[in-house]
Design a protein around this ligand. Structure first.
Ligand SMILES: Cc1cc2nc3c(=O)[nH]c(=O)nc-3n(C[C@H](O)[C@H](O)[C@H](O)COP(=O)(O)OP(=O)(O)OC[C@H]3O[C@@H](n4cnc5c(N)ncnc54)[C@H](O)[C@@H]3O)c2cc1C
Ligand code: FES
Length: 256
């Protein structure tokens, strides 16, 4: 699949490190699907949709910082929407997100509300200055906020807010954020793993299931095409939360 050209329509600053880019084109993604964003001359990187025509980007390295140099009217290449996104199941759902991982969950929550589901949220950030989309989540239903440093909401990691919710009351739970945060949640809620859908990050190259870069041990599930959304009971039997492979295929830490 070759990239299509897309002119950036608008750039919104969410925090000093996070920006939302509104893209041109009739993309029609499902929440949880992603797009490969080609920043010409730099790299092509995966980004989840934060809305029907938006991506929300945390500047962490070369490609994302180069994207931050682009404004409305600049053009990028896009391949997608790609992968299997979140599947809406039942009529009472809980969203659990950390950092920029909250972005696809806000999109999912809005579609779930429009479909008539009750939507509650648990969202966590490092500090009050890193909070994004709080009003989007509060507009959906009950929203509990955590910050690592206690500057807003409950002090502590996202899991510090888990006791606010009885998972038995939810038809489905949706999870997105840093891997160790997701692992922390899944390992504390193992008995609910069959109803937790988690969006997984692996190193994506081809994004069409042929290069093997994103395969997860032990069964070789390809996160780019069978994921990025994978059921938590399957993740419990995998490398998830223990290690992941980097750009060259060697095992590395799950941090980040
Ligand atoms: C399915 C999926 C959805 C994602 N959605 C978002 C999103 O909505 N917003 C957001 O800010 N980030 C998202 N990411 C992460 C984003 O792709 C990386 O932050 C980005 O690739 C970093 O590139 P860089 O050149 O700026 O940084 P680098 O310094 O090159 O890399 C920093 C880290 O980013 C990761 N990374 C780099 N290249 C890739 C790649 N090709 N595939 C996967 N990970 C990579 C690696 O963990 C690396 O250690 C998503 C990743 C995946 C797999
Ligand atoms: S990125 Fe190539 S198979 Fe998934």
């Amino acid at each position: 699949m070759r990239p299509i050209n897309s002119v950036i329509q608008e750039v919104r600053s969410e925090t000093p490190q996070i920006r939302t880019f509104r893209l041109e084109g009739d993309l029609d993604p499902a929440p949880g699907q992603y797009v490969m964003v080609w920043v010409r001359g730099v790299d092509e990187v995966p980004m989840s949709f934060s809305g029907p025509d938006t991506i929300t980007v945390h500047a962490v390295g070369e490609a994302t910082q180069a994207l931050f140099q682009l404004g409305a009217g600049s053009s990028i290449g896009l391949r997608g929407p790609l992968g299997n996104g979140f599947v809406l199941r039942g009529d009472r759902v809980l969203l659990i997100g950390g950092g920029v991982g909250t972005a696809p969950l806000a999109f999912l929550g809005e579609q779930a509300r429009a479909a008539g589901a009750a939507v509650d949220s648990l969202i966590g950030f490092r500090s009050s200055g890193d909070v994004i989309f709080q009003s989007r989540f509060e507009g959906l239903g009950r929203a509990v906020l955590t910050t690592d440093d206690g500057s807003a909401g409950i002090a502590g990691r996202v899991s510090a807010g888990l006791s606010e919710f009885d998972l038995k009351g939810y038809s489905q739970v949706y999870l997105c954020g840093p891997e160790l945060m997701m692992w922390d949640i899944i390992s504390r809620t193992r008995e609910h793993a069959s109803k937790i859908q988690a969006s997984v990050n692996r190193y994506f190259k081809c994004a069409i299931g042929v290069c093997g870069s994103c395969c997860m041990d032990p069964d070789g599930i390809r996160a780019c095409v069978e994921g990025p959304v994978i059921m938590a009971d399957r993740l419990l039997e995998s490398e998830f939360g223990r290690y992941r492979r980097g750009a060259a295929g060697s095992r590395g830490s799950c941090r980040g």
